[in-house]
Design a protein. Structure first.
Length: 308
């Protein structure tokens, strides 16, 4: 295999990347139900401060004829060519915590070399954990919270959040391979598969992006602004509900999905990530103590996140 470092260029303007950051990843191009990953990437890059750390070689990784880039035709000439990109960013969350964000197109070629390149960057920057998301269509109702299936080696996240744990073969994507190789190195990693209502898979579902952000927060402690997405999500669901009320066949479908969903969830109770081992919610005093501890850490400049 050729040197994986040949697949990316480091940004010479970014000379200092702190060690021990969380890596968050989401790639587009395969089974992006509800446009969850697309929205996640666009939203984070629009709302958070970020700088490019490394850019991957598009010509080496992208099948242009399968995923043609966009160019604008302005009456009699061509303008605004928009090539596909795949890059690693250094970003800052809403409360000033830095993290690495890998996003862009999913490679069509050289998966093993791409994976080796990601592992090089993980080692170079002494990445603390790797968390990634993608979304698939499932026969679930939009009237229930979006569920997730969690993979990886972080048992606490799987126990608290994974609603579906099948024994099955699935078509893989590039980040599956990255996760698989990271597990072999005992690197802390978690993949979140969002389970999107199949009848909304081809739409841009804002709640899918919210669930992706919540999943990343649960795995990393990073804090993201979600007010705009939540407002858009309420408006989107209200429109879907209005359509359901006027379409008897759709209403019957949603009702059947609700019954199956609720029956399944009754038989598969999960411990909430907000509760302790005994299933009890923390008291107001305990929450306040954790907040004081977190603020003390932030003031002292330490890197350790608050205890959960």
């Amino acid at each position: 295999m050729r040197d994986p470092a040949g697949l990316y260029d480091l940004n010479s303007d970014v000379t200092s990347v702190p060690e021990g950051l969380h890596l968050v990843a989401g790639l587009t191009g395969f089974a992006d139900a509800g446009a969850a990953v697309t929205q996640l990437s666009d939203y984070l890059l629009e709302t958070l401060n970020h700088r490019v750390v490394a850019s991957f070689d598009t010509d080496a990784l992208l099948d242009y004829r399968a995923r043609r880039p966009t160019i604008y035709f302005d009456q009699d000439h061509l303008t605004d060519y928009q090539p596909a990109t795949l890059a690693l960013y250094l970003a800052t969350d809403e409360i000033g915590q830095q993290f690495l964000f890998l996003t862009g197109f999913e490679p069509d070629f050289q998966w093993e070399r791409f994976t080796a390149a990601v592992l090089q960057l993980v080692e170079r920057y002494k990445v603390k954990t790797t968390t990634w998301v993608h979304a698939i269509p499932m026969p679930v109702p939009h009237t229930r919270p979006i569920g997730v299936t969690v993979s990886g080696n972080r048992a606490e996240l799987i126990e608290a959040m994974s609603v579906w744990r099948p024994h099955t073969q699935v078509p893989s994507n590039a980040l599956h391979l990255v996760e698989y190789r990271l597990q072999q190195l005992d690197h802390a990693t978690a993949g979140f598969v969002l389970l999107i209502p199949h009848y909304l898979a081809d739409t841009e579902h804002p709640d899918a992006a919210v669930t992706a952000l919540e999943s990343i927060s649960a795995a990393t402690g990073l804090i993201f602004p979600t007010d705009r997405l939540r407002t858009e999500g309420r408006e989107f669901v209200a429109k879907i509900d209005a359509q359901v009320r006027t379409n008897h066949e759709l209403a019957r479908l949603v009702g059947t999905l609700e019954e199956r969903h609720d029956s399944y969830m009754e038989g598969n109770p999960m411990r909430s990530p907000l509760t302790d081992e005994d299933g009890e919610l923390p008291s107001a005093d305990e929450i306040a103590a954790e907040l004081e501890n977190f603020l003390a850490i932030r003031r002292s400049g330490e890197e350790e996140p608050p205890r959960l």
